[in-house]
Design a binder for this molecule. Structure first.
Ligand SMILES: Nc1ncnc2c1ncn2[C@@H]1O[C@H](COP(=O)(O)OS(=O)(=O)O)[C@@H](OP(=O)(O)O)[C@H]1O
Length: 132
């Protein structure tokens, strides 16, 4: 089974603003940073989605107005189990211009049926992006 980790690339006027949004998403991050599977978390996903909708419009407007492509990951790490993908991700994460997911979303192997919208939300909510 492939082991997936991903990040996406986007540009923000104010990275601090985005970082601040992270605090309001702490619960979501904590949930996903547990490294638990996301595929059996229907109710929690609904909560996460609710949080995203409740976010302040002004704070998020720049990000939400990004093109569709920028909401998607622009880099993904794919590897077999125990292939060292986590180590690669952690090394990449050290770079100041790279933001990467905490938990592996397993979109392609477990959550594909949740669709692209789910993938975009996960990307958005976790602030998973590479600053370029
Ligand atoms: N550079 C390098 N050389 C040799 N071995 C390495 C390297 N980087 C990571 N590792 C080992 O890879 C194992 C973790 O792989 P993954 O990150 O793919 O793990 S997982 O499948 O997501 O659980 C894990 O092995 P185990 O400790 O046996 O679990 C890591 O120790």
């Amino acid at each position: 089974m492939p082991n997936l980790a991903y990040g996406s690339v986007t540009r923000h006027e104010s990275d601090a603003e985005v970082d601040n949004q992270g605090s309001s998403l702490g619960a979501s991050r904590d949930l996903l940073n547990n490294e638990n599977d996301l595929d059996s978390r229907g109710e929690e996903w609904d909560e996460i989605r609710g949080e995203a909708k409740a976010l302040d419009d002004n704070a998020m407007s720049g990000f939400l107005n990004e093109s569709e492509s920028k909401k998607l990951p622009q880099a993904i790490i794919i590897g077999v189990k125990k292939g060292g993908t986590r180590a690669l991700l952690e090394f990449l994460r050290l770079h100041p211009d790279i933001r990467a997911v905490g938990a592996e979303p397993h979109f392609f192997d477990r959550n594909y049926d949740k669709g692209l919208e789910w993938y975009r939300y996960i990307t958005l909510i976790l602030g998973i992006y590479f600053k370029l």
